[in-house]
Ligand binder design. Structure first.
Ligand SMILES: [Zn+2]
Length: 268
């Protein structure tokens, strides 16, 4: 069985001691390839370099997380564009809006989000989107700026039923994390998963963040290998066989990111 983790912060310092081992452990349970999330210019470039050194095992996104929007400058988009011409870079992001933390002023977040949406449309790359408590503005920016045919995934979707419907109407794919394993915060997502069409669902850990609460024993750090645990939980919720869910989400992922379907795990 193969699963693809579409959101791993693999260059995070939490993995500095054992990054290669984390990648190996994920492959050993069938979680491969990994898509490494870029959140600044610097770590997008690092993610691309790491992916180039692990060809076929890792891909990368290139983008500015809304938290980091205040750090953007006159060369940001140009640098992102250069980074995204590399073969390993499969999407622009993560970009979007985060009104939960407000680490960057909202107007600044919106401005840099729009620029990244325009870039993705211009170079015909998918968008890897982050939206937290900012649905209305995020939806409007996508609706007004996305050209037809631009692929979008709402990573770590945690919204309401109505928001889900509107994102689906826009043609968005939906990324689900271990948030769904949280019996308190995740109850709403669990109830909505059945409403996500089979052909737009994708899986992610958001490691090292969002350790699934149902993991036993519970690790303090999330890892891509736990994607299997998340997939099991989702399969249970929607009443589907795990292998079928894995195969469907892999198909969606390779189509969305335009990556080759190559099943390779260390257990082979
Ligand atoms: Zn995010």
């Amino acid at each position: 069985m193969q699963c693809i983790d579409i959101g791993v912060n693999l260059l995070n310092a939490a993995f500095n001691e054992d990054r290669e081992q984390v990648l190996h452990n994920a492959r050993a349970v069938g979680v491969s390839p990994l898509i490494i999330t870029g959140t600044t210019i610097r770590d997008s470039m690092e993610a691309q370099r790491y992916a180039a050194q692990h060809s076929g095992q890792c891909y990368a996104t290139a983008g500015i997380h809304p938290h980091n929007a205040r750090l953007c400058g006159s060369r940001t988009i140009e640098q992102l564009e250069i980074c995204s011409t590399q073969n390993e870079v499969v999407a622009i992001g993560e970009c979007g809006l985060d009104y939960n933390r407000d680490f960057s002023p909202r107007a600044i977040q919106r401005a840099w989000f729009e620029k990244q949406v325009e870039l993705a449309c211009a170079i015909k790359k998918p968008l890897f989107l982050h939206e937290r408590e900012a649905f209305e503005d995020c939806y409007q920016i996508l609706k007004q700026n996305c050209t037809k045919g631009t692929k979008m995934v709402i990573h770590c979707f945690t919204g309401t039923e109505q928001q889900l419907e509107k994102y689906l109407d826009l043609g968005c794919y939906i990324g689900i994390t271990g948030w769904v394993c949280d019996e308190r915060r995740g109850a709403q997502i669990a109830s909505l998963i059945k409403r996500i069409p089979t052909d737009v669902l994708m899986l992610e850990t958001d490691a090292p963040y969002l350790v699934p609460r149902t993991l036993k024993p519970r690790n303090s750090r999330n890892e891509p290998k736990y994607l299997i645990h998340i997939a099991q939980q989702i399969a249970r919720i929607i009443g589907k066989d795990l292998g079928t869910l894995a195969a469907e989400t892999v198909k969606n992922t390779v189509t969305f990111f335009d990556i080759p379907l190559h099943i390779s795990t260390d257990s082979e």
